[in-house]
Design a protein. Structure first.
Length: 131
């Protein structure tokens, strides 16, 4: 997710078969280790987005960053589903920290969306106050 956020999505980086990770049985420890790595990347992306949103001037557009975060969020949600498919029903609870990380990414993505809406509304509010 972090690589996709930083470098964008390219057709070569997308898996042709979205089920290829879960198509082969893997030891639970491997799946959980992979989920932990994914969680760390998601957390790093979230922190970078939070810092960026704090330092970028409020009048500077953040639409591109919002699009990147939305794409990263979709990738993360698909990853959670893939990890879930790789585990048995009783083991899925082990993914709660990963799900919490995805929720954190969703939260900062929502804040970027709020900023975009605020930026788009501000000029129209200024025009209305002049009349």
């Amino acid at each position: 997710a972090a690589d996709m956020l930083m470098n964008g999505m390219s057709p070569d980086s997308l898996s042709v078969d979205t089920n290829d990770y879960s198509s082969e049985a893997k030891p639970v420890a491997v799946v959980l280790a992979d989920a932990d790595i994914a969680m760390r990347h998601i957390d790093q992306t979230r922190r970078a987005a939070e810092i960026y949103l704090d330092v970028v001037p409020s009048d500077e557009p953040v639409e591109e960053e919002l699009e990147s975060l939305q794409a990263a969020l979709l990738v993360c949600e698909r990853a959670v589903l893939t990890f879930q498919q790789s585990l048995t029903e009783g083991q899925v609870d082990e993914l709660e920290p990963l799900k919490a990380s995805v929720d954190g990414l969703r939260g900062i993505t929502d804040k970027f969306g709020d900023r975009v809406r605020q930026t788009r509304l501000s000029p129209s509010q200024d025009e209305n106050s002049d009349t």
